[in-house]
Design a protein around this ligand. Structure first.
Ligand code: FES
Length: 150
């Protein structure tokens, strides 16, 4: 099934090296990460060297070479959020999800990441789930926020 989807995405683009970034972004959007199978298939069908595909896929933050959860939780630990209790929020999120930053829950629901500033320091501490920003987060609010995602 995944192989068919990979081929379908490749078929949407002209078979040229120039489409590599868009192709990888489409793979990322479809699978939430870029499976090795997709990389091998791009290599085979478009004759793009594996080293080049891996270089591009590991350069862009929007792309991941490891499986990611359905929801991405970013906890800000930049200076402003740090002094406003960011580390306590991170501890609480880690405890609630039972994973450490950089990891994905076993049910593939959440990936937890730390960031160094989200550009809204006055709202600190801040967490972002997917594209939803939450400011002035308290440890008491963490569970409620996470439970609002299915
Ligand atoms: S330090 Fe957290 S938003 Fe800037």
């Amino acid at each position: 099934m995944e192989a068919e989807k990979v081929d379908e995405i490749i078929d949407r683009h002209p078979a040229k090296q120039e489409v590599l970034i868009q192709l990888l972004l489409d793979m990322q959007n479809e699978f939430n990460w870029i499976p090795k199978q997709a990389i091998l298939r791009i290599n085979e069908r478009l004759q793009i060297p594996l080293s080049q595909i891996y270089r591009v896929a590991s350069f862009y933050k929007a792309m991941s070479l490891t499986p990611r959860g359905k929801h991405i939780v970013n906890v800000c630990l930049g200076t402003a959020c740090h002094v406003r209790g960011g580390p306590r929020i991170m501890d609480k999120v880690e405890e609630s999800l039972k994973i450490k930053a950089g990891k994905t829950t076993q049910d593939m629901k959440f990936t937890l990441e730390r960031v160094n500033c989200l550009g809204c320091c006055a709202l600190g501490p801040v967490i972002v789930v997917d594209k939803d920003y939450y400011g002035n987060v308290t440890t008491a609010k963490v569970k409620e926020i996470l439970e609002s995602y299915d």
